[in-house]
Write a protein that binds this ligand. Sequence first.
Ligand SMILES: N[C@@H](CCC(=O)N[C@@H](CS)C(=O)NCC(=O)O)C(=O)O
Length: 213
Amino acid sequence: MDLYFSYLSTYSQKVLIALYEKDVSFTPHLVDLSDPAAKEEYTKLYPFGKLPLLVRDDSRMIPESSIIVEFIDTHFEQEPILIPRDPELGRRARFMDRMCDLYLNDPVVSLIFESWKPENEQNRELISKSSERIGTMYRFMDDQLGSSQYLGGDTFSIADCSAIPVLFYANSFAPFGGFDNIFRYWEEVSMRPSFVRLKQEAEPYIQAVMGDR
Ligand SMILES: N[C@@H](CCC(=O)N[C@@H](CS)C(=O)NCC(=O)O)C(=O)O
């Protein structure tokens, strides 16, 4: 199995956490989408040009981070089970994965991109809307985490694979320290070996673009 990814991409990081959690081996292909030649080359393989992408040994492509995690989880049956087989528990885990992608990841990425622009070129409306959405999502997550150990329920799941990379970035732009349940959750999940490994591997790449932020 080949994984095309970037250490800077939170969607790629979601998949890496799933692979490390389940201890599944793969051939890594780092793609630097900021390099026009690398981007052009990658787009020949996957015309949408989005990372991550999993290519199976039979050459079939599996794009989209949540679908990749689902594939890994169903083809490699070892623990942890990332999408609970019980339909109701599975639905909650998938739901929280979607919420993290749509209402946390996307606004956090907007804040990051805006922060790289000179102040007079920043889109104030986008910053304000993104911050508002992140606040709403923090309240929602804090509420969920008030009644379960993990985001998608009482076991580690796809929802946590999704949330961990985003919370890592989000905390610099919209600190969640005031949300007790998120804070308690972060203290625990950020110590998981899968994330510790990912952070170590990703650090030089993150440092190069984010500096000390
Ligand atoms: N829905 C996709 C989103 C993937 C995505 O947006 N990836 C970003 C990196 S985090 C990307 O490839 N951006 C490059 C581009 O849009 O040109 C998924 O879950 O995999």
